[in-house]
Design a protein around this ligand. Structure first.
Ligand code: ZN
Length: 312
């Protein structure tokens, strides 16, 4: 069984899919790599943003619950999503771009923090890692400044000690201080860290729903058994069509998923036009007309990538 390859995807909640598309494609320069529906509730969108190829490691996804009230972060919830950028010049580029579009930023020497329009917090970080940069093309964002995939996430916990054993002994992460961890496989890795709070959170718009860690398809059953041996109660393997998944709640309360690297987003539409049309899992295809009528129309994602129609 191979080690986990860091973060596979991070899934969040939005109340406003059209604005979410404007923010993450038009402003942040990610690509919509799948326009699909929540497989557990096919009346709502599941939007997947990523790099040009839709690779694990750069996949930020959102469920849309129209009209959902804003959430509030607390214990057992992710409160910050970290992204890699190549250089301090890239930070300067983003500082200017975000400010010009009315996004408040906080800058340090090696990082830039900001939140989306629903308060979901992000941090761009200049880090030194050997991992391949995972970038998407956008007409207004030079390739050398583009987001390069996840660096890692931070979550709140009552006590990091609750989770340390699972993370290191079962999930194979390393840690030097008991609050910051690294998951690293042969090709890729990411960090995972806790901040302490006793505040209770409320899930809602702008909240993270879960984080998925990447494994190889041939190891998936073995990882499930391994997680059970580590004291967790994972779901059965669920076929999410673009990957296979198991889910369990880690001891601090964050919903973890382990998802396979592949088959990937090009399994049901051409790579060239990923995300431009609604993709339905096979068991929902017969409902296409009915579902398309109910869904909120989205902005033109191709125009957003050309930088021609951003409303922010
Ligand atoms: Zn997931």
């Amino acid at each position: 069984m191979n080690p986990l390859e860091g973060t596979h995807h991070i899934t969040c909640i939005t109340a406003d899919a059209p604005r979410n598309v404007e923010f993450y494609i038009g402003l942040m320069g990610l690509r919509l790599v799948k326009r699909s529906l929540n497989q557990d509730d096919p009346t709502i969108y599941h939007l997947f943003y990523g790099d040009e190829d839709g690779d694990p490691g750069c996949d930020l996804t959102f469920f849309e619950y129209p009209g959902a009230p804003l959430g509030r972060t607390g214990a057992g919830m992710i409160h910050l999503i970290g992204w890699r950028v190549a250089s301090t010049d890239a930070l300067a580029f983003w500082e200017k771009r975000l400010t010009q579009h009315g996004v408040e930023i906080a800058r340090t020497d090696t990082a830039l923090r900001f939140a989306d329009f629903e308060g979901l917090a992000h941090e761009l970080r200049v880090v030194d890692v050997p991992d391949e940069p995972l970038t998407a093309d956008h007409a207004e964002i030079p390739a050398e400044f583009a987001l390069q995939g996840f660096d890692g996430a931070r979550a709140y916990t009552v006590d990091p000690e609750h989770s340390a054993g699972l993370l290191t002994e079962t999930m194979g992460m390393t840690s030097t201080d008991g609050t910051t961890f690294e998951s690293r496989g042969a090709n890729r890795g990411s960090t995972w860290a806790y901040d302490v709070t006793s505040e209770r959170g409320v899930q809602g718009a702008g909240s993270v729903h879960h984080i998925a860690w990447a494994d190889y398809p041939n190891d998936h059953e073995a990882w499930r058994e391994h997680v059970i041996a580590g004291g967790m109660s994972p779901t059965p393997i669920i076929d999410r069509f673009y990957f296979k998944s198991i889910y369990f709640r880690e001891p601090s309360g964050v919903l973890f998923e382990i998802a396979t690297i592949g088959p990937g987003f090009a399994v049901d539409e051409p790579l060239e036009t990923l995300g431009e049309h609604l993709s339905l899992p096979p068991n929902y295809v017969h409902l296409r007309g009915e579902l398309e009528e109910k869904l909120t129309p989205l902005p033109d994602v191709v125009a957003l990538r050309r930088g021609t129609s951003l409303k922010f």
